[in-house]
Ligand binder design. Sequence first.
Ligand code: 5GP
Ligand code: MG
Length: 179
Amino acid sequence: MNNDIERVIYSAAAIQKRESELAQQLSDEYRDKKPLIVSVLTGAVLFTVDLFDKMDIYAQLDFIDVSSYGGGTQSSGHVKLLHDLKHDIKGRNVLVVEDIVDTGRTLKFLIDLLKDRDAKSIKVCSMLDKPEGRVVDVKADYVGFNVPNEFLVGYGLDYKGFYRNLPYVGVLKPSVYAE
Ligand code: 5GP
Ligand code: MG
């Protein structure tokens, strides 16, 4: 699997270090708010778990699944809900945890969906942000790293469902797409 990677953008150590900083900030912000952490399946799971276990506060965890990419490297442009939350978010402080914000369509869809449910607050923490890819006006409140407009894999991010278990974030060799 490592042989398919052209270059590493963020090493496992760099990611862990940044997560500790974010977890500290989030713990300060949510200390007395008992937030509901909403992890967006499947890409954000690795990031969510590593962030969550660094947060020393009362918090609950839930998952939501939306689709936009459909397996390739280009966003399909429309988003749909595949799996909903178990928790009622009415009156809750919700923190959405995403893997990456590109066009922003997924995040916009999610925020609009959750806004209709009377949460007390909704904020977003994304491991990665690709500001150049933005098509709709939406922004994460907390960002791990800003990344260039390239297709990335690893640490939750997939290509055709694979590479999520790489401990770092990197760029695939062009030969992998040619297969
Ligand atoms: P958006 O709706 O903002 O265009 O895309 C958000 C979703 O597309 C992310 O949650 C992620 O699943 C996927 N995505 C966006 N950019 C990348 C990327 O560089 N690599 C991978 N593997 N997925 C991406
Ligand atoms: Mg995603």
